[in-house]
Design a binder for this molecule. Structure first.
Ligand code: HEC
Length: 112
């Protein structure tokens, strides 16, 4: 009785498999970026002023849920130059390469 797959179904199944493969590739790439951002968070001394969860220093804002409050591109803009985003900012401008700011913003955006 087994019904044969129509060409349409087969194409749909192939497209789905492709989408899954692509999705996995993207997820892996962005996981790499997030891991890099997490590492930079330590390396660049962000922990010296901020807390994330139980670690860090509670001088400045707790960043545990920062990703729920700001979009990734806003975080990136902030990291490039806090004072340009908010003239009264006390956070110092930290020397970051563009890809470092991108990685840090990707990491911060996951904190929610
Ligand atoms: C010398 C202390 C200091 C260091 C180091 C520091 N920050 Fe900040 N940060 C602040 C202060 C103070 C604020 C609060 C806003 C302001 O500047 O008045 C802030 C605000 C922020 C905000 C916005 C929070 C909000 O609620 O608006 C983000 C995001 C942030 N910092 C991320 C970072 C990251 C990532 C690093 C490491 C690259 C870092 N900070 C390093 C002091 C610091």
């Amino acid at each position: 009785v087994g019904e044969r797959w129509s060409g349409g179904q087969a194409a749909a199944a192939l497209a789905l498999a492709g989408a899954i493969a692509l999705g996995a590739g993207c997820a892996a790439a962005s996981n790499g970026l997030v891991a890099e951002g997490k590492r930079l968070f330590q390396e660049q001394g962000c922990y010296g002023c901020h807390t994330v969860g139980a670690s860090g220093t509670p001088i400045a804002t707790d960043l545990s849920r920062i990703g729920a409050r700001y979009a990734r591109r806003d975080l990136e803009a902030w990291l490039r130059d806090p004072r340009q985003q908010r003239p009264t900012a006390h956070m110092p401008r930290i020397e970051l390469q563009p890809d470092e700011a991108r990685a840090l913003a990707a990491y911060l955006a996951t904190l929610r």
